[in-house]
Design a protein around this ligand. Structure first.
Ligand code: NAD
Ligand code: DAU
Length: 380
């Protein structure tokens, strides 16, 4: 029996983590704590909302007093912390919101957990604060080989056709932090606070840093769902700069499985990088998406290439992210389950099959869903 709070469980990655834990561990008591910002959508969890081991609590992670009371009432022994403002473009326009939620919110959770766990006879024994972070805290890698190289340690997520890494350097767990955007600066700050709570108070903590996720239930402000939706309606596809920036893509369910593995078997005070050695230049991934969407919509494959529109670059746009996840693979035996070609097919199919979800999110109707369904079950 464990009593676990998953913060940000109504968001993209969080909803996959909640689903996995609720289904796989019926003996656990899983509490999804989420403020339901624009990015939180309880429709993502319709299939588990009636399970007896699942509960939703509407709460802001910055609300220290209410969170502290929840820890006591539910006798929480594990926290998996995903709640965050997560979109880089929004952070460039509104950095304060990112500092508030990502830095102060994380600190508030840490302090409440510390006070509660230190008040117990067993103190920190059997407890864990697991913080989900991003590869963006490491800054940007250089594109030392724009044509691509083929390192020997590629994994299943690296596709059969596409083996390139665009440089010799990768982010390691020991790579020095060098965040560039307000988003990554706020995540870096929260990572430091988590480690400080371990080093200062002895709180059992783990931090993981993952690469770009893709898959179902991602808010269509992020590259892949935005572009799938735009191709559907033949709207232009805004490619920042020259489209040469490189991201390292991992299917979201593989991230959720990694979180499960690390939560149960990871070593306290460690950092694990999560990624599938699956680098793509934005423009290449965009062309693949156009081909897959066209084919699935019965259009001529590639006929929507003319929707590509090069626009002003993102400010401070990081050139290349590439995660070295060999520590996680060798120490805990995790590896990605999908090749990228399979993952992107599944993803496009999901968005096209779930037009209702996409329409509700793009129209704002999804917010009515939780207002109606959960009005009487929330804690403000
Ligand atoms: P998301 O934006 O889809 O979801 C964030 C969730 O947090 C939403 O449900 C939102 O309502 C909730 N939230 C926001 N502010 C809150 C607050 N003040 N109090 C309570 N809840 C709040 O994000 P995501 O893409 O699922 O990312 C989840 C986590 O994983 C984040 O910490 C992010 O930094 C990290 N991460 C994301 C990626 C990625 O590719 N998306 C990769 C690596 C790490
Ligand atoms: O690396 C992990 C990070 O990945 C996470 O921590 C973030 O929460 C998540 O949002 C993601 O950040 P990115 O900035 O890499 O993701 P995004 O989908 O916004 O952009 C992916 C790439 O595509 C990036 O190089 C910018 C580019 N892009 C994005 C959008 C939305 C475009 O060219 N046009 C667009 O319209």
């Amino acid at each position: 029996m464990r009593n676990i709070i998953i913060t940000g469980g109504a968001g993209f990655i969080g909803s996959h983590v909640v689903r996995l834990f609720v289904n796989k561990y019926p003996e656990y008591n899983i509490i999804n704590l989420d403020k339901l910002t624009y990015a939180g959508n309880l429709a993502n969890l319709k299939d588990v909302e009636d399970k007896p081991n699942y509960k939703f609590v509407k709460m802001d992670i910055c609300d220290f007093d209410t969170f502290y009371k929840l820890m006591q009432d539910e006798q929480i022994d594990g926290i998996i912390h995903l709640a965050a403002e997560s979109h880089v473009d929004r952070s460039i326009k509104d950095p304060f919101t990112f500092a508030r939620t990502n830095v102060m919110g994380t600190l508030s959770l840490l302090q409440a957990a510390k006070l509660y766990w230190e008040s117990l006879p067993e103190k920190y024994e059997g407890k864990l604060f697991y913080h989900i972070s991003t590869d963006e805290v490491y800054g940007a890698l250089e594109m030392t080989n724009p044509e691509g190289i083929n390192p020997p340690f590629m994994t299943k997520a690296s596709s059969g056709k596409h083996h390139e890494a665009y440089g010799e350097e990768f982010f390691l767990e020991t790579t020095k932090y060098a965040p560039h955007s307000p988003y990554s600066a706020s995540k870096a700050s929260s990572d430091h606070f988590v480690r400080a709570f371990h080093d200062t108070y002895g709180m059992p903590t783990i931090v993981t840093n993952c690469s770009n996720n893709y898959g179902p239930y991602q808010f269509p402000e992020k590259l892949i769902p935005l572009f799938i939706n735009n191709i559907r309606y033949r709207k232009s596809l805004p490619v920042y700069g020259k489209g040469e920036n490189v991201r390292d893509w991992l299917y979201v369910e593989d991230h959720a499985r990694a979180i499960d593995t690390i939560f149960h078997n990871g070593r306290v005070a460690e950092t694990y990088n999560i990624g599938g050695f699956n680098e793509w230049k934005n423009i290449d991934i965009i062309k693949v998406i156009i081909q897959v969407v066209d084919r699935m919509l019965g259009r001529e494959e590639g006929e929507d290439m003319d929707l590509i529109t090069y626009v002003t670059d993102r400010l401070g746009h990081d050139a290349r992210y590439a995660i070295d996840s060999r520590k996680l693979q060798t120490e805990l035996g995790w590896e990605p389950s999908l090749q990228f070609e399979e993952g992107i097919e599944k993803t496009v199919k999901w968005y096209l099959d779930n037009e209702g979800w996409l329409n509700d999110v793009t129209s704002g109707d999804y917010q009515k869903y939780y207002d109606n369904m959960y009005g009487d079950k929330t804690i403000e």
